[in-house]
Design a binder for this molecule. Structure first.
Ligand SMILES: Nc1nc2c(c(=O)[nH]1)N[C@H]1C(S)=C(S)[C@@H](COP(=O)(O)O)O[C@H]1N2
Ligand SMILES: [Mo]
Length: 333
């Protein structure tokens, strides 16, 4: 298998991906409006209506801005129309707060995200606990606009803020024996009403192969839509792995552990025949209970809204395809 660890190769934007600065600046304006609700007002989308009907409070108050430069990592900025902030912050999966899409926004207000620290341990030369304040400064904050494809068959486009996880991993110096990275998330029974329930094993744990974790598109995210993350989206720090189904993008990270053995993940433990370790977005490998060939883009609702074709690796094949060269993706699903 060909594994490329030199991220310089990925940083060359192809000419087709180079967009004039003015276009980006217009888009940033637009994204700020989306966050402010000016373009969104929720009622146009069924997710928004859903949230409204169920009485969810859309916004926990004005969130502080997180300044960020536009990412130069190849593939990191899709020109597709971002989902509204309203939809992205009220249509969520975060099972610690409930299984309904409106539950995370509704039930997360008591969850404490400060003080916060992330422990990095296992097969590394320099194990270390990072206070959030230090983590925030470890890399330059970038804006990346990624497609997010949930395994359930819906998708969004979200402008995230953060930096490549590789920048954190380089700090702790992985040992040669490290092959995988395990991500452990918060499990506070006092403020997370579903932790302790039987829906999943807690804490929610995810994992990546080390080369996947080191890929420049793998984002450690602190914000979205120019602002710090709301709790329902995984505050204060989460992962975003855009070419994999959404459940690989663990929210509210507390521990990162480098291991030799492949980690057992929350969804794999709960239904191994449905959720494998890799979970790459793949329109040719169906979920045992439904097709993965197409998706519904949140916000594109209504009678005449067409489903979209799901793209191989969620449209990031040019950037990540080589990580899986020679692998049978039906077997390693
Ligand atoms: N800790 C934790 N992280 C999680 C989940 C979860 O239930 N718990 N749900 C996942 C799923 S299924 C998806 S689709 C994404 C959704 O992220 P978003 O709400 O920011 O769009 O978060 C992922 N991360
Ligand atoms: Mo998901």
């Amino acid at each position: 298998m060909l594994i490329r660890n030199d991220d310089k190769d990925w940083n060359h934007a192809r000419s087709s991906e180079i967009t004039p600065l003015g276009v980006y600046q217009d888009r940033r304006q637009w994204i700020r409006q989306l966050a402010a609700g000016a373009a969104g007002v929720g009622l146009t989308s069924w997710a928004g209506r859903d949230a409204l009907a169920q009485g969810a409070t859309a916004r926990p108050g004005k969130l502080p801005a997180l300044p960020a430069a536009i990412s130069k990592v190849a593939g990191a900025v899709t020109m597709e129309k971002p989902t509204t902030y309203q939809d992205a912050s009220t249509y969520n999966n975060f099972y610690e707060f409930g299984t309904d899409k409106a539950d995370p926004a509704r039930n997360s207000s008591r969850f404490q995200t400060s003080p916060w620290s992330v422990e990095v341990e296992g097969l590394v030369k320099q194990p270390r606990t990072f206070a959030l304040e230090d983590l925030l400064k470890l890399g330059a904050q970038e804006e990346r606009i990624y497609r997010l494809r949930c395994v359930e068959g819906w998708s969004m486009v979200i402008p995230w803020i953060g930096y490549s996880l590789a920048q954190l991993l380089k700090q702790v110096e992985p040992l040669g024996s490290a092959k995988y990275v395990e991500f452990v998330t918060a499990a506070d029974t006092k403020t997370m009403p579903y932790v302790g329930s039987g829906v999943l094993e807690w804490p929610y744990v995810e994992g990546l192969r080390l080369d996947e974790a080191m890929h420049p598109l793998t984002l450690l995210s602190f914000g979205m839509y120019g602002e710090i993350l709301p709790k329902q989206n995984g505050a204060p720090v989460r992962l975003v792995v855009p070419w994999k189904y959404g459940f690989k993008s663990s929210k509210s990270l507390v521990k990162i552990r480098l291991t030799e053995a492949q980690p057992r993940t929350a969804w794999n433990k709960s239904a191994p025949q449905e959720y494998g370790f890799y979970s790459n977005v793949n329109p040719n490998v169906d979920h045992p209970r439904w097709s993965q060939a197409s998706e519904r883009r949140i916000g594109e609702d209504g009678l005449f809204a067409k489903k979209r074709k799901t793209l191989m690796f969620n449209g990031y094949e040019a950037q990540v395809g080589q990580l899986y060269a020679g692998m049978d993706l039906k077997k390693f699903y």
